[in-house]
Design a binder for this molecule. Structure first.
Ligand code: NDP
Ligand code: MG
Length: 382
């Protein structure tokens, strides 16, 4: 029996993780955590019987505790509750599927408690990779990527010597606005940006895919996961999302992982690594496949990707500024307060105003996040 905790259980990755639990009798859930969706959390608690359920929103946590009083479950709240769920004593592996850099502290708590990590929450590695990766190494804890590209790279590296990587080829669908120029993106609405051609995901990452900031965050995520500098991570646009990423080795050999775009595969692989379990999902049909296309990303239109490369190269607290500015700007865009192209403009403004801190501590990272929010808040008060 493998015991898992899921942080962000009500989201896109969280609910797909629970589908995998349903399909595998040897998985049990010991802790669940979410922001405020207590209707779904109640159903999940009744179906999966965790011992701890964390709700970020304190009032909602109280409501949930009343609803669940017939079950032997502890309902906790706030950051303390999230940390408790992350370090729940029985869990062997923690799926980090909360959205945003709120995931930093619970991820650290889970590693400190000796848990393996199935990592979906890329914002944590982008901002605190220099803390998380050495800590996991020190504790002898495995970090298994859930992000499809990083799972692909991880699979391509099976049995290989990581020192012999020449470069990583990180594939991108290009999102809903691939091929469009800046002039055509002036009046994009949130509804248009939320329509991703290949993947069904949470709202924030869907907007990140439309701006291609997601790919930039993934470059930094790959830097930390695989120890490869951004200049050796090449983004390749592959619109069919059939190749999930590739690794080129020193001898010129290129390994790729292919599959239909379905997050359940990388989630399941992270949970059972190194085993492969059967999965009831669509397969690639090579008889129906006509072509696989490739192109280079348009960095003049998708300036957020260029900014992320810059942040990834320079490091320190700059990736935190990139990430925090993006989180806030995406929220403003979804609220109808700013235009689509302003997301990258806000990131650029915050990055150029920042005085970089080398090797920032968790406190420095959280302070940088706060400063970035305040800078944006001065212009767009909530
Ligand atoms: P969703 O928005 O669908 O889900 C986010 C989850 O986080 C929800 O369960 C939400 O709870 C919870 N949450 C939000 N704020 C808090 C908080 N303060 N405390 C505790 N829980 C909180 O996001 P996704 O599932 O799409 O993405 C999750 C992470 O995985 C992101 O980092 C994303 O970049 C990454 N990822 C996602 C992919 C995908 O296919 N979706 C692919 C690759 C990576 P509630 O519902 O109550 O608000
Ligand atoms: Mg991805």
């Amino acid at each position: 029996m493998k015991k898992i905790a899921i942080l962000g259980s009500t989201g896109s990755i969280g609910t797909q993780t629970l589908e995998i639990v349903r399909a595998n009798a040897d998985l049990t859930v010991t802790a669940l955590a979410a922001g405020s969706n207590i209707t779904l959390l109640e159903q999940q608690a009744r179906e999966f019987h965790p011992s701890v359920v964390a709700v970020w929103d304190t009032e909602k946590a109280k409501e949930l505790a009343v609803k669940l009083k017939d079950l032997p479950v502890q309902v906790v709240s706030g950051m303390e509750g999230l940390l408790e769920a992350a370090a729940e004593p029985q869990a062997e592996i923690v799926v980090t599927a909360v959205v945003g850099m709120i995931g930093i502290r619970p991820t650290i708590a889970a590693i400190e408690a000796g848990k393996e990590i199935a990592l979906a929450n890329k914002e944590t590695l982008v901002t605190a990779g220099h803390i998380i990766i050495p800590l996991a190494e020190k504790r002898g804890v495995g970090i298994y990527p859930v992000d499809s590209e990083h799972s692909a790279i991880f699979q391509c590296l099976n049995g290989e010597n990581r020192k012999q990587i020449h470069k990583i080829l990180l594939t991108a669908s290009g999102g809903p606005f691939r091929g469009k120029k800046r002039e055509e993106l002036q009046n994009i609405t949130p509804e248009q940006a939320l329509r991703h051609p290949n993947w069904s995901m949470g709202r924030k990452i869907t907007i990140d895919s439309a701006t291609m900031v997601n790919k930039g965050l993934e470059v930094i995520e790959a830097k930390w996961l695989f120890g490869v500098e951004p200049d050796r991570i090449q983004v390749v646009v592959q619109p069919q999302s059939l190749i999930h990423s590739m690794v080129e080795f020193e001898d010129g050999a290129v390994m790729a992982q292919l599959g239909t775009p379905d997050m359940k595969l990388p989630i399941q692989y992270a949970l059972f690594y190194p085993d492969r379990r059967p999965m009831d999902a669509k397969r690639v049909d090579f008889t129906a496949l006509r072509s696989i296309d490739f192109s280079v990303p348009d960095l003049e239109t998708f300036t957020g990707l260029a900014l992320a490369y810059e942040a990834g190269r320079i490091g320190g607290s700059l990736p935190t500024v990139l990430n925090a500015a993006n989180e806030k700007a995406v929220a403003l865009f979804l609220d109808g307060k700013i235009r689509f192209l302003e997301i990258a403009d806000i990131i650029a403004d915050c990055m150029s105003a920042h005085r970089n801190i080398e090797n920032p501590s968790v406190a420095d990272i959280l302070e940088t996040e706060q400063e970035t929010y305040e800078r944006i808040g001065r212009r767009w008060p909530v």
